[in-house]
Write a protein that binds this ligand. Sequence first.
Ligand code: FAD
Length: 281
Amino acid sequence: MIPAKFDYERADSVDEALELLGRDDAKLLAGGHSLLPLMKLRLAQPALLVDIGRIEELAYVRDAGEQLAIGALTRHHDVANDPLVQEHCPILSHAAGLIGDPQVRHRGTIGGSVAHGDPASDLPTVLLVLDAEFAVRGPGGETTVPAAEFFRGLFETALGPQDILTEIRIPKLGAWKGWSYQKFNRRAQDWATVGVAAVLRRDNGTIEEACVALTNMGLTPLRAKAVEEALAGSSADDAAAAAEKADDATSPPSDTNASADYRRELARVLTRRALEEALSR
Ligand code: FAD
């Protein structure tokens, strides 16, 4: 389909984008790989598109001491291939490399993926499991929102209509050496039917702390709290039993890809696989 009529402005800086966003019914355009399909289906009909896709100051990966700082306009391909991300946050580079196909990864941005708030997206789950923070600039200045408070509902986030997500800050994994992201999809370029992200801190055979999060098991990316509680202080041998709790407190959708029950089963199986892989690293 053809999108409804809209105006187009290109912003060359964050300040300019903020000013343009002040206009009625304006929407940011980053990589366009989620927004443009919605516009073609007429599920989104903004009056003005503010193109931030060429703002150089928002595309970077920086070492920020205990954290990595990633600009919101960093493309999936660059997240997947950046040496700093590969060294300090390999679960993120791995997951970014699983998104869509090369075309999608060369256009889509980490900020667009987070701001879009699609529970089937891979990076929000990984950023949730890592306790990332999101830097947001809006009419009232800059705020920082933890991932646990950012995803509010289906395609709904803490971002207001005049806010710009500028930076994603991620704690370096350090002692959290064991990690895995398991994605189940029918075709290589598809979104996850279900995905599971896990990072573990362990001391020999004991799991000291575990963080587990789920893709496409509810209206937002979810922490698998029952699994995390079952694993804390447990032995590696208990991982399979803990994985059986993966679908506790979830409300997976039923759609043409999978029924809710099938997704529940997938969540349990993928969590077991994720824990096994994380424990093997
Ligand atoms: P856009 O489409 O430009 O924007 C998306 C939304 O976010 C819009 O509402 C926009 O206004 C807003 N926005 C963008 N940037 C900002 C910002 N900095 N601050 C505030 N708001 C902002 N994703 C996956 O996770 N896994 C997949 O397997 C996958 N497969 C795909 C396959 C195909 C064929 C396609 C087309 C897409 C796929 N995607 C997948 C989605 C892809 O990752 C998108 O690139 C991403 O979801 C959105 O990023 P974008 O930069 O394209 O955002």
